[in-house]
Each structure stands twice: as structure tokens, then as C-alpha cells.
Ligand binder design. Structure first.
Ligand SMILES: [Zn+2]
Length: 346
């Protein structure tokens, strides 16, 4: 069956469509129609990928798992987050339609979750490294036949020691280039790309990816327009770190006029956003944190706090009763974080 067109999810994913003034297309792999340059998407294994132009050389891909941010330019393609393992073929097909013949040079991971790193192996193996100077001689004319995978070292550690029922990650899916400082700088496709490590937020290994010339930030799970923050207590997550990280993101972003437009954020999940969207989210997290803190101060138990509904006025937008990220999980994590012995985010 041929399917081409603007889907409902596609429309929902785009911020202020008039501001972008660009169509978003979604196509299944069996469609035969030629695609308009730079807006096409594709599918595989039942996964449909939609592609939205964000700004400059950056596109957002929406499919299965977290959003991917894809940077396209003369040196090739850089992919921030690789969705789920099942979506990898569709993600690669979408990249090929967006940038025909351009090799994937880098994969960046904003955190270690399987919905952000699941496609690492296939996406990296489909790419090739950009090598020059002395390295070119060592690696041969064609260079190494894989893309680099860049992430904070905590991502490598987490992928190397999977929890619960998650299968061990194949060696080829692990980051090849890690950093432990608070920032890693890269230069690719004529623009500065900065990975900013956000300590102790969603996990202990979150990074923002800031495309300085394009003026776009890929935020990973620090910012999610569809849900309350996911705070992974086992991996060092902390609500105060989420708030600090959102403040860092707000520092990086600059609004255009009347607080609209300007720097754009590609969230871990949800729609493209501007600085005010992030400010509202930061305020929401701060208000809920303070309410829970106040209730703890009054001696209320977690059960009593849940019954008092500290998120009530935000539940319509971010709440969930079922699924992997419920409102109760968020409140419980905040409650845990704010116990007197765990007040610090670091
Ligand atoms: Zn996620």
C-alpha cells in the first residue's frame, strides 16, 4: 500500500508549523513515489519514521523510542540517538532519503536507555569514519568502515552493565569515543557541536548536544514535552539535577522576539520546542519538587503525598496512570530524592 502525506502525529510533533513553514512527510518503505528533498521519511519492520526540518542543518526524526536529531552537511551525517533496535532499519532508510549517498560519520548518545541507543550497532555499522592526516595512512584509503559513537563515559558504563532482563549490548553498539569532563567539543559540517554533560539528572550520563551554527539543541530525556521527567534513581538521577540541567539548557537557548522562536530544542520525546517551552517545563518540575518538599516537611508519608496529588494541575498534560513512566513513579522518585540524606544532586 502506498502512503504519502502529512500524518496527524507529524503535525503534532512540529512546533508552530507556521514558523517552520515546511512540510513533514511520512512514507512507508513500500511507497514508490519520489520524495521532495530533505523532507522524506521511510519505514522498516513496521516502524514509520517522520522527518521534520528543525533549523540550519538539523532535522528531527520521530519513530519508535526517543527522537533522533540528524545533522546533514558536506562532510556527511551525524545522528544524535538511534531510537530502538527494531527501528534501526527504518531510521537508516530515512537518513538515506534525507541525505542520499552521504555517509553517517558520527552517532552521539544523550543517554544509555534502549530507546535512545537501540539502533547504535546498525547505524554505526552503516557509516564510515572521516579520517585524515596520519590516521588515513593507518586505516587505509577507505578509512574505517564504521561511524564513531560518542557519549559520556557513564553511557558506556551503563551499556556495558545492563540491568534486569535487558540483553548485553553487542560490542559494536558501545561508544567508541567517551568523555568524562563536563563538555566535549567537536567540529563537523562547518559547525561547532558541543556535548554538554548534565550530571545527576535523568541519569548520571545525560548530555545535551548543541549545534551552535544551526542554533538547535538536542536535549535527550532531560526535556520531554509528553511526560514528567524520568528520574532513574539506580543510575544517579535526581530531581535537583533535572532542574539544574534545565537551567543550563535555558542558558544555552536564546529567544527571538516576544520569547518565540530563536534557539530550537529537539526533546527526547515530543515536539520541537523553543526556550519558553523549556522555561514552562522547568517551572513545572520546580513547583512539583517544592510541593513534595513541603509535604515531607509536614511529616506526610509517600502514600499521603500521592493522595494529595502534588501534580494535579499538570496531570492533563504530563500525567500517566499506566505505561513505563507513570505520575506515581515521578512523585516517588522526587520523594526519594528529597529524603534528608539525599538532598544533594551530586
Ligand atoms: Zn527517552
Amino acid at each position: 500500500m502506498k502512503r504519502v502525506g502529512i500524518s496527524r502525529r507529524c503535525a503534532a510533533a512540529g512546533v508552530a508549523a507556521a514558523a517552520l513553514a515546511l512540510a513533514c512527510w511520512s512514507v512507508r518503505a513500500d511507497a514508490q513515489q519520489p520524495q521532495p528533498p530533505g523532507t522524506a521519511a521511510a519505514s522498516g519492520a513496521g516502524v514509520e519514521i517522520e522527518v521534520l526540518p528543525v533549523k540550519g542543518g538539523v532535522y528531527m526524526m520521530v519513530g519508535a523510542g526517543g527522537n533522533a536529531a540528524v545533522h546533514v552537511g558536506p562532510q556527511g551525517v551525524l545522528v544524535v540517538d538511534t531510537m530502538t533496535e527494531a527501528a534501526a532499519d527504518a531510521l537508516l532508510a530515512a537518513v538515506e532519503r534525507l541525505a542520499p549517498g552521504r555517509p553517517i560519520r558520527y552517532v552521539l548518545n544523550t543517554n544509555a536507555d534502549p530507546d535512545h541507543t537501540g539502533g547504535n550497532l546498525k547505524v554505526a555499522e552503516a557509516g564510515s569514519q572521516l579520517v585524515a592526516g596520519n590516521f588515513a595512512g593507518q586505516l587505509g584509503q577507505s578509512g574505517a568502515e564504521r561511524a564513531f559513537i560518542v557519549a559520556h563515559e557513564s553511557v558506556l558504563n551503563a551499556l556495558n552493565a545492563p540491568r534486569g532482563t535487558r540483553r548485553p549490548v553487542p560490542f559494536g553498539a558501545l561508544p567508541t569515543d567517551t568523555f568524562f569532563q563536563n563538555r566535549k567539543d567537536m567540529y563537523f559540517n562547518g559547525e561547532a557541536v558541543q556535548l554538554l554533560h548534565i550530571p545527576a539528572a535523568h541519569t548520571d550520563g545525560d548530555s545535551l548536544v548543541f549545534f551552535r551554527s544551526s542554533d538547535v539543541v538536542a536535549t535527550g530525556d532531560l526535556f520531554d514535552t509528553t511526560a514528567y521527567p524520568s528520574i532513574d534513581l539506580e543510575r544517579g538521577g535526581h530531581v535537583n539535577g533535572v532542574i539544574e540541567g534545565l537551567n543550563t539548557l535555558i542558558d544555552v537557548m536564546v529567544s527571538e522576539q516576544f520569547t518565540e522562536g530563536g534557539t530550537m530544542a529537539v526533546p527526547g520525546h515530543g515536539r520541537i520546542s523553543d526556550e519558553m517551552d523549556v522555561v514552562e517545563y522547568r517551572d513545572m518540575v520546580t513547583i512539583v519538587r517544592d510541593r513534595v518538599q513541603h509535604m515531607i516537611g509536614k511529616g506526610m508519608t509517600l502514600e499521603q503525598i500521592n493522595a494529595a496529588r502534588p501534580t494535579l494541575d499538570y496531570d492533563l498534560r504530563y500525567g500517566a496512570e499506566t505505561g513505563p513512566r507513570t505520575t506515581a513513579m515521578f512523585v516517588e522518585a522526587v520523594h526519594q530524592n528529597l529524603q534528608p540524606s539525599r538532598q544533594s544532586a551530586r
